[in-house]
Structure formats: structure tokens, C-alpha cells
Write a protein that binds this ligand. Sequence first.
Ligand SMILES: Nc1ncnc2c1ncn2[C@@H]1O[C@H](COP(=O)(O)OP(=O)(O)OP(=O)(O)O)[C@@H](O)[C@H]1O
Ligand SMILES: [Mg+2]
Length: 225
Amino acid sequence: MITIEQVKKTYVTGDVEVEALRGVDLTISDGEFISIAGPSGSGKTTLLNLIGCIDSLDSGRILIDEKPVFELNKDEKALFRRETLGFIFQSYNLIPVLTAYENVAFALNLLDLDDKEIKERTMAILKEVGLEGMENRRPNKLSGGQQQRVAIARALVKNPKIILADEPTANLDSHTGEDILKLMREMNEKHGTTFIFSTHDKMVMDYAKRLVLLHDGLIQSDETR
Ligand SMILES: Nc1ncnc2c1ncn2[C@@H]1O[C@H](COP(=O)(O)OP(=O)(O)OP(=O)(O)O)[C@@H](O)[C@H]1O
Ligand SMILES: [Mg+2]
């Protein structure tokens, strides 16, 4: 479970201050499929980065499984991120010189697994995301949708409790984007992984089981369907 309590975040650039989050309260249960939506600049990326322990907060608290993540030291935080969180990005962020297989297997490098287990887990997850037979292709030989499938496999292969996806379909045409949403939803149901994804696309919002709307750094509505 993720508990976000009165989280505030202000960015300061020179003498300009932007209040990106102005007091956000949100509780997300295990296994949710939740969309953080809202117009450009409303604070979606800021919120995801805070949940992902990528950025620091100014005030408030974030607890993940009752752990106050911002009170962990640097090493504890790194370990926690590695074990608990998976990330999917708008621009896929694959390593161009590695094949699909290598991009996914790479995520397992820091876990203490033997080669056989790495191979089994990597092949199994690539198959699950529909990339069987494409394991040896580099990202530039894959379509955008296929690259995002590799990124989903890479995020899932560690079996994290939570996957954070910032605008995962923004670079895809609507048909491919829909396929990616369906895949994420399937993985959410099959593995019980919590998916938190941001979007400003109505079609993407419609796939969410719960829709949180941000506006100017505050939650405007929170609706479960
Ligand atoms: N690194 C930064 N430095 C300064 N200001 C920032 C920084 N990151 C975000 N902001 C500002 O904080 C506010 C919230 O930004 P954020 O990126 O969280 O919005 P968003 O909802 O993700 O927008 P988009 O839909 O365009 O991705 C915006 O006004 C933005 O300009
Ligand atoms: Mg954003």
C-alpha cells in the first residue's frame, strides 16, 4: 500500500518558484490499476517521481508498505527501489546496443540469480508481452509498440510490487497505445502488480480502474469505476 500525506513540492529556478504539488493526499492499495491524469503542468510527473523516490519532497510523507521512504538513507533507498519498483517511460529508454533479450536480462543483473534463472525469467516474460521470436532484435529493429513491450517486460521481470509509468503511450498511435494499455492491464491482473500511470489522453484514462485528476498541484477528483 502507498500512503501519500500532504505532499508538497516546489521547484525553484533562479528566483522563480513553481508549486508543482500543493498538498496531495492519496492512498493506493496493492494491485490497483490507477491513472493520474490532468492537464500539462498539473503535477503528474512530479507525483510519479516522488512515489518512485527519484526526487525529494518539501513536506508531507510518503509511506510504501508502511515504510517512510524519504527517511531511508541512500543505500536503503536504492535497494528499496530495486526490489519494489519498476519504471516505464514515454520514450521507452531502452539501451540501443543491446537486444530485446539483453535489455530485459540486464534488469536482473543486480539481483543475485544464476544464468539459468535469468534466461528462464527473461524468455518467459518476453513471451508474455508478445515478443517471442524477437528476442535478438535491437530496439532500432522494433516498432514503437514493440519497444514499449520490451520496456514493460524489463519493468516486470524483477517482479516488482509497483510499476510507475509516466505517459507510457504518448509516443504511440492510438491503436498501438490501446494494445499497450491492454497488456498492462493483463499484467496487472495476472501478476497483481500495482500499476500507476500518468496520461492526458482520454482513451488511456478510460482503461483505468481508478482515475485521479490533478489540477494545479491538487487532486481535483478521485473516481473508482
Ligand atoms: N525540474 C523542474 N524545474 C522547475 N520546474 C519544474 C520542474 N519540473 C516540473 N516543473 C514545473 O512543475 C509543474 C508541474 O510539472 P509536471 O512535470 O509534474 O507536470 P505534468 O502534469 O507532468 O505535465 P505534462 O503533462 O506536461 O507532462 C509545472 O509547472 C512545471 O513547469
Ligand atoms: Mg509529465
